[in-house]
Design a protein around this ligand. Structure first.
Ligand code: ATP
Length: 503
């Protein structure tokens, strides 16, 4: 697909094709394959300007007597454009991003583009970089090509080729299936690197290689910088209360786990859920436990990282994040602090305009989404959320999480004491703890349990008693005491908007 687009853009003489990718080599090969009779020159930081076809023959040969490795990009542009050395050539430029901050270089490119437009210069520039920076001055001359992700079938073929090339013996079908799924969202280069690493460490491709694959994949997604792959140890049983929300997620998990059967039965793929509510009451916990229950990776979208400073950078980052999530699907995409992500929508000024556009992009994607990306969006302050987000068709359901009621507090105490001091559980008087913690959040409760245990240890006790935890409660303030007014305001708002109670 990328190759076809590259070919059609080069044939159409687009002045600058900006390929936003991590896989330089793959793109280079594709450029060389589609350029036809045009010569391909490459400029990179290390060698300066080179004739690309000659490099293929492993003879580093500089195209012109005077063109040698010392040439800077600036010098090359002057030589190529002013002296017309770039005529009828495709000029590949790698690691371009930082150079596009230099006004002189931008001006030289602009001059070249103007000449290309008038037909004075017959050149196509191909920028290859993992970072997308489109200077305003070059915006109208640049066509951006995003990296495309491999399908499961293509990945499987890649693994089978690797197996054959390395004469690896038996690989179980199940391992092959799991690997193809685990590699979703990675480029050919990344897949090959991980396979080589797994093979050199394990000597075969087995279940332990699969663990290495997951670990490496996590790192690669991390490096891409927009999505974070979060490990989730938390399970639904680690969440005290919120029964209605947990039941609802459980049902959606059933559908996602049996996607093919569900779809052929006429069930629609779930889009996702918005969980709103005051801090520390289990929203993030639910995002993590959902992924665990569904048995899929949890990807966290960090809006801070999506926002870029160049024209179109934020939108492109958002597109990449969505494309990566779709490529990795089935997965849970967790958008934390949604209200912060889209703060300033509808406002004036460049920043607000970008946010509004990003928000529109996100909404359209949610509305039209057909992939198995289950979105869990969490928000503290729904009053700051744009109403469009709450319309039907975006999320399947919107839940609000309140401060835990008495029976929920009991469960939260049980969970946190059992996690740390299971041997003391029987002797604890939960009724007293529950009575003294009206207005405490789940995080508050976890806090007093931790403090009670620590105090018992410092005081040289051999076990933790109700009294130790009660003391910790006395020395803290509940969330309701701290932010009482805004909590009641928010609860009123949830009820007005007819959100579902998570409890
Ligand atoms: P924030 O909006 O501040 O991110 P949150 O609602 O996402 O808050 P969590 O991160 O889920 O809160 O909760 C913080 C910690 O408090 C959790 O790691 C967990 O240990 C504890 N906690 C909160 N609610 C519960 C609960 N219902 N059951 C068990 N533990 C809970």
């Amino acid at each position: 697909m990328l190759k076809e687009k590259l070919k059609s853009y080069i044939d159409a003489k687009v002045p600058i094709i900006y390929v936003n990718t991590y896989d330089d080599n793959e793109v280079e090969e594709e450029v060389l394959e589609v350029t036809g009779r045009r010569k391909v020159w490459e400029w990179n930081q290390m060698y300066g300007l080179m004739n690309r076809k000659e490099i293929e023959k492993k003879e580093v040969f500089y195209v012109h007597e005077t063109i040698n490795g010392d040439y800077t990009l600036e010098q090359c542009l002057k030589l190529g454009v002013i002296e017309k050395e770039f005529y009828r050539k495709v000029i590949m430029i790698k690691d371009i991003a930082s150079y596009l901050e230099n006004p002189e270089i931008v001006a030289l490119f602009k001059n070249a583009c103007l000449q290309i437009e008038t037909g004075e210069l017959d050149t196509v520039f191909v920028f290859i970089s993992s970072i997308l920076k489109v200077p305003k001055e070059l915006e109208k001359y640049i066509t951006v090509l995003q990296e495309e992700y491999l399908t499961e079938e293509e990945i499987k073929k890649e693994i089978l080729d690797f197996i054959q090339e390395n004469s690896i013996g038996n690989v179980y079908d199940k391992t092959l299936e799991q690997m193809s799924l685990a590699f979703k969202g990675l480029s050919i280069l990344e897949i090959d690197t991980i396979l080589s690493l797994a093979f050199s460490q394990e000597g075969e491709l087995n279940d332990s290689a699969l663990r290495l694959v997951m670990e490496q994949k996590k790192q690669m997604i991390q490096k891409a910088g927009i999505l974070e792959m979060v490990s989730c140890e938390e399970e639904m049983k680690d969440i005290g209360g919120l029964e209605s929300l947990k039941r609802w997620i459980g049902n959606k998990a059933q559908v996602l786990k049996h996607m093919k059967e569900a779809e052929s039965f006429g069930v629609e793929l779930p889009k996702g859920v918005l969980i709103a509510g005051i801090p520390g009451c289990g929203k993030s916990l639910n995002a993590k436990a959902s992924a665990k229950l569904m048995g899929v990776p949890l990807l966290k979208l960090d809006m801070g990282r999506v926002m870029g400073k160049y024209v179109g950078e934020s939108e492109s980052n958002m597109r990449r994040a969505i494309a990566l999530a779709e490529a990795i699907s089935p997965c849970v995409l967790w958008v934390d602090e949604l209200e912060k992500a889209f703060a300033g929508i509808g406002g004036n000024g460049g920043g607000a305009e970008v946010t509004t556009r990003l928000f529109g992009q996100f909404l359209t994607w949610m509305q039209e989404k057909k992939s198995a990306v289950f979105v869990v969006a969490t928000a503290n302050d729904i009053m700051k959320l744009p109403p469009e987000l709450m319309r039907k068709g975006r999320f399947d359901e919107i839940f609000y999480v309140q401060l835990p009621r008495a029976e929920e507090r009991k469960k939260i105490f049980e969970i946190h004491i059992k996690k740390r001091r299971p041997q003391d559980l029987e002797k604890i008087d939960f009724t007293r703890l529950v009575d003294k913690t009206e207005g405490y959040s789940g995080a508050d409760i976890e806090g007093v349990v931790k403090e009670g245990i620590e105090n018992a240890f410092i005081n040289g006790k051999s076990e933790v008693s109700t009294q130790d935890i009660l003391k910790a409660i006395e020395s803290t303030h509940s969330l309701k005491e701290i932010m009482g007014e805004s909590i009641s305001k928010m609860e009123k708002e949830y009820k007005n908007r007819k959100f579902k109670n998570a409890s």
